[in-house]
Write a protein that binds this ligand. Structure first.
Ligand SMILES: [Zn+2]
Length: 110
């Protein structure tokens, strides 16, 4: 199964051996889910989106800060997000592609 990241402009897909992890939206926690949606500013999903539409969508780990992840005993990053984590990083390695994609996708400027 291929995972897609919900963040507009993010072209990350799961591939074997890659270090990116994918995280479901916190659909059970409506307030937090809305915070996520505000943060990612998706043109199709906003504050009026029903939670059940979101339960199959995921966001990749590139949009979270190191401190948003639970750490294991060695201080290494695990793939579990903290309950307080909100996606906050929206820069991508392939910037040229991002600009073309986002200008087509929405009228928002970055
Ligand atoms: Zn992503």
């Amino acid at each position: 199964m291929v995972n897609y990241c919900l963040v507009p402009g993010c072209s990350i897909r799961t591939r074997e051996g890659q270090v990116v992890s994918f995280h479901h939206l916190p659909a059970r926690d409506v307030e937090r889910c809305k915070q996520w949606l505000r943060a990612i500013n998706h043109p199709m999903f906003g504050k009026d989106t029903e939670m059940k539409q979101l339960k199959n969508h995921r966001i990749c780990s590139l949009h979270f800060k190191q401190e948003d992840f639970e750490l294991n005993v060695l201080g290494m990053r695990k793939t579990a997000l903290k309950d307080t984590a909100i996606p906050s990083i929206f820069t991508f390695p392939d910037v040229g592609k991002l600009w073309r994609y986002s200008s087509r996708l929405s009228k928002h400027t970055i």
